[in-house]
Design a protein. Sequence first.
Lengths: 681, 319
Amino acid sequence: MRSYSILLLAFVMAGFVATAEAQDAAAPPASGSPAAADATPPATSTTTASAAATPESRPSGESWVTGTLDIGYRWVGTPGGSFATYRSVVNLGSGPKLVGLDLTILQPSRRWFDSVHLRAYGWGGDPYSTFHLDAKKASVYRLNIDYRGISYFNNLPAYADPLLANGITLDEQSFDKHRRITSVNLEIHPGRAFTPYVAAERDASTGTGVTVFQSGGNEYPIADATNDATNLVRAGFRAAFRHFDATVEEGYTNFRSDQNDSTGTKNNGDNSAPLIGQTLDLTSLLQSYGIRGNSNYTKAIVTSSPFSWFDVYAQAMYTAPRNTVNYQQYDTGNLVVLSQLLFYNSEQYLVSSTARFPHTTANAGWEIRPRSRIRILESFLTDQMNNSGSAAQNETILAPAASASQTAAVLDSTLGYHSNQAEANILFDAGHGFTIRSGYRYVWGTANDAVIPASGLITLEQDKLRRNVEMGTLSWRPTQKIFLSGEAEVGQSGSTYFRTSLYDYQRIRAMGRFSFWKHWQVSGDFRIMNNHNPLAGTSYKFITHQESLTLIYTPRSKTVNADVTYEHCGYHSNVTFLIPQNLTPGDSVFNENCHRISGMLNASVKGFRKQTVTLEAGGSAVLTSGSNPASYYQPTAKFTAPMIKNVALFGEWRYYGFGELFYQYQSFRAHLVTVGLRFSK
Amino acid sequence: MNHAPPHRRRSSRTCGVAALLLLAGGLQAQKPTVAPKTFGDDYAGSDQCQICHEDNFNNVTHSNAHRVLDTDPRYGFQGHVCEACHGPGAKHASTADISFIRFPSKLSAAETDKICLNCHLNQPTHAGRIQSTHAKNAVSCPSCHKMHVNGGALLVARKNADVNNLCEGCHANVKAQFEMPFHHKVPENAMKCVDCHNPHGTVRPTMTQTFAASEPGCLQCHGDKRGPFTFEHAPMKFDGCTACHEQHGSANPRMLIRSQVRQVCLECHANMPAAVPGESRAMAVVPPAFHDLNSPIYQNCTVCHQKLHGSYVDRFLLK
């Protein structure tokens, strides 16, 4: 399959290039092409005619197809340690690969296009394959096609495993999915006053995994198959005028998601201990979700600069996705309804539900420049969303020595979120490279979440948000070689939605960059954030900080260049909670202290027959300590050596080493070697 | 409350869009033509610049998007592409004195941006500019867009690797976060920073891209988490994915903000009553009372609460 995809892609590329060549050969001379005439207006007396008349033209004798094609083979040594974790983290496999393709095609006649850029990376079964095409013809069209295929594999033995304390590792939270994301964008008459555009996007996923069927104090691992797809089509236009620009876009999405879980064999679940003398088991299950949805949306953006000292913009967006769901569940076995201690043999559970979620966002802002050194920026944002859902549930239980029990219920739900934000900033250019900013932001809103049964108690939660934020920045750039910047933000809240939300917080960032000795640059970045929720019953303290230092060496000769970055980070969180089983206070503490270093050295050396061989070596290392001590090493080395004209040999070695102190059985290490040929033109 | 039936609301929206299209069409027809700019003696013309700065001239006029300044009369700089940004250059051309020419890269960020925004202000990409932290922190356009480059690859970086390198130049700490074992595939160049962020600013915090008008850009690739769910998990909608996940990279599985799943859950579902009856105590503080954390079954919330992003079926997010 992997080889087929490489061959198919190579075939498409070859066909594309051949077609372009054929068109070029058959095309009339450029000067006679109407399209060429359109795109090359006659030179005025002040125009430098020769250069302007041939945008993206190639000098005579130069190839009009340029780029590189890298094809190779990767060997992955048998990973030591946990192969499941290797696949969850790295997931690169052995086999032939289209390592990379990067082509630029210029059509001299410019009959169909001015230029086409093609890029493709990671084909041949790699977990992330990308393809991108940009084609354009000046003032006629611009076409972008983007594809990425991403494999999501996750099977971490220690993740959310209920039996881990007993030394049993499970795969109950695992999945192996492949997601394909495609988008096609076409702009007509780009750069002109009126530019319509149309686009289509598709995001689709299929996969399998293991999930659990939860029933009455036991959970049963079962096979899981999912597939979903979101299709989006949108169209709009941009209208550009001298002091005014408007964009209107209308879109439609269509959503489908199916999940099917089933088992036909007896399953004792994770809890094998008898319950009141009875052993629980699941003998068969058919569980399926059928979800269908759609939405349309409208987006309008207006920007204007009516005066030289005043810019204004506004945008409004509205979307209203809705879903309908049919859920079916048939299960048999020796199961229990814990709340009634009712043992039963079979259950049918049907749910029909729907949800609708109108969401409106509007935003407006303006910039005023009353003096040449003063800028005032003001903006206002409102975000309004309301979800209303309804589920009709029907459950039938067949228990031995009892009549069938049928329960029907209707549950309605609502979720509302109304958020607003107003912000003002004033920027002052103090001269000598100094810029000072001072700003203020006020955020306010309300939220509610309710579940409303047809009868009985309504569960309703609601809260509000009130936050005042003061901000300031001081930046200094006296020359191009020095840049220093400091930024601070202090926020105070009257109330927030969640215990761990931002409450009373301070955020500081300082960064600097300094170039010295012609070829060296050093930059540093320091940031710290402190958040504190002092309310009784919460006592949330959170502090995080990162300090990084980067050194870059880039001489003009380019024979050697290097960069290295070191970063230290700290993360501390502490929040009180009541331990559920005994309602005694406890602290949830999370600490992380990390050291991260990365760097790369590139060198070009004269090799055999005075050919230039390029070498790269470097990688990264991460060490963390605290709540989850871990290490992750990724050293790498590469070389590219020319062989014959337009062909070079390349090779790459990579090592991945991952370890966790508390879950040593999840560690892995793997060596990967890739060798291939680079064709360039 | 809108009591209009759905088909009427759709019709009115369609009519609105059609009216805007017509209006735009009318405005298009009435678009005023820009009078050709007359250049005084203080302007030299690009051919004068070319004499000394041939490389830059060739790059800009051959393969750089700014060549339209030289060819399109609408911009009013035909034959003066260099002076569109560098200002009148006659004095500099005649004396070769650099003090007589404008270097945008040496101006203050606001002055530099003003030059660029002369042409680029009214573009949808910049509609959130005022809210962008770049604009507010004196990060000017040339910090990311290299003007005198051949082929336009650095004028507007398109390749994933180019974009990521550009951003990492200032955001070294974010680069370091991507080196954690569980991360979005940015270092592998399967993704680029601008897939998730619009560096020019958006309506969402941290300049996050939007999907389908106003929804979080995360849903571009994680469409199955969009909903709407019959029973929503509120933080997903209020605080977004970052309520529980480190968006760049983490040492914790599934990029969670805590190493243990139950920690993520219990910090909000803390079972804490309000200190003062009736006082706000934040939402979702109470989990079901029978959760005995001594039992392994209850130590990992997602074993049972599988649909924690939201459920179509069960109010407790069990299925």
